[in-house]
Design a protein around this ligand. Structure first.
Ligand code: F1X
Length: 393
């Protein structure tokens, strides 16, 4: 059912940051200044880098999108994308665009693309490393041994849910939320059975998994990939990650390698999965892709032809996380009951979204579910306490 976006769907307005009381506004006003300060403390940046980070903090606090420096390798692309936007306020451009530009500016400030010693140094590296080396991960990997006793279909479901709820553990989310998240209350939409039907019908297919966060999300994603490959459900998996650090904890190729090594070094079933994944990479059954579009401030409906062809050739594309969801559905103020298939019809091939709810973009929720959740009187759309598995065959 792939093709153009459903013509009967009138576009909803983009989510903007300039709406008083909105989640998007809180990201610009609260999260971004905290993040710049946190990054500045995480590594011993030299005086030039510290001044650049101070300037960025000032920009963020004053809410002015200053242009990139003249030597930016991608300056022309951003000037084109940002025509009529750069120079204005972060909150006055679409939320997705403004956030993406902020992360590009952060990499500029830390010297990630510069000629100096900070070139290629992941500003979020210390946070990612602390998480990956922490004891919580030991416990999560050990828990994998318990799935061995489950019947095959329950095992598959447990691994799917592990990957899905792994999205809740994203570091960017932890910047302003203290302590434990509220206990998970369940799935708002669960197309899991349809997902497995599609996977089995196409087996051994070519599956694209578009990853989101590194560490505690990527580890269960990799375990799921191992399951697909080992059970003959996928002949090949293409793991899409970001080419550069983005949205704090988003996975890059270096993060994938760190996670595969972490798995391979673990005892028990996690270690076995790590060894198989290592071999699958060597044999080309698990391939990495880091397309530049993964860090573009644009929805997937604007994807370039080579990426479109890549997704079109897959038997299934699985998109992980909130940001990928926003890009998939266009980060617009859709009515939450708008059918998922209607807004993802343009996607070239069967598509699955696995996401915990952390922003206002939301489609495909039955009226009754909406009413029940709203009746609780507790926030559920942006808190990461709820999740969804949505499938468009
Ligand atoms: O894609 P993820 O990791 O699930 O979520 C990323 C995210 O929660 O971080 C942003 C706040 O900075 C949100 O706008 C965004 O959706």
């Amino acid at each position: 059912m792939s093709g153009a976006r459903d013509e009967t769907v009138a576009e909803a307005p983009p989510i903007m940051g300039n709406v008083p009381g909105s989640y998007a506004l809180s990201v610009f006003r609260e999260r971004h200044p905290v993040l710049v300060r946190q990054v500045a403390r995480a590594l011993p940046y030299d005086p030039d880098r510290r001044r650049a980070l101070d300037r960025l903090l000032d920009e963020v606090v004053r809410d002015v999108m200053a242009p990139l420096g003249p030597s930016a390798h991608d300056g022309a692309a951003w000037a084109e994308w940002g025509r009529g936007k750069i120079g204005g306020r972060y909150v006055d451009v679409p939320f997705l665009w403004g956030e993406s530009y902020f992360y590009r500016k952060l990499l500029e400030a830390t010297g990630y693309f510069g000629d100096g010693p900070w070139r290629g140094v992941d500003p979020f590296g210390p946070m990612k490393q602390a998480e990956l080396e922490g004891p919580v991960v030991d416990g999560e990997l050990a828990a994998l041994d318990e799935t061995a006793a489950l019947p095959p279909d329950e095992q598959a479901r447990a691994l799917l849910l592990g990957s899905l709820w792994g999205n809740r553990a994203d570091l960017s989310f932890g910047v302003t939320l203290d302590g434990d998240h509220e206990r998970a209350a369940g799935l708002v939409v669960d197309d899991g059975p349809l997902l497995w039907t599609l996977v089995e019908a196409a087996a051994p297919g070519r599956i694209c998994l578009v990853a989101d966060n590194a560490g505690r999300e990527l580890l269960p994603d990799l375990v799921l990939v191992d399951h697909l490959l080992t059970r003959g459900l996928a002949g090949e998996v293409v793991l899409h990650v970001k080419p550069v650090p983005y949205f704090v904890s988003d996975a890059t190729p270096a993060d994938v390698l760190a996670c595969v090594r972490r798995l391979a070094a673990a005892p028990g079933r996690a270690g076995e999965a790590g060894a198989r994944l290592w071999a699958a990479m060597e044999e080309g059954r698990l391939r990495l892709r880091a397309h530049p579009f993964a860090c573009a401030p644009l929805p997937y409906s604007d994807m370039p032809d080579d990426l479109r062809a890549e997704f079109a050739s897959a038997s299934l594309t699985v998109l992980k996380g909130d940001l990928n969801y926003r890009r998939l559905v266009g980060d617009r103020m859709w009515p939450a009951t708008m059918p998922f298939a209607a807004v993802t019809g343009y996607f070239p091939g069967p598509v699955v979204a696995l996401r915990t709810l952390k922003s206002d973009a939301l489609v495909g929720v039955p009226e009754r579910t909406l009413a029940e959740l709203d009746a609780t009187g507790r926030p559920w759309r942006t808190t990461g306490t709820h999740a969804m598995v949505q499938v468009r065959p």
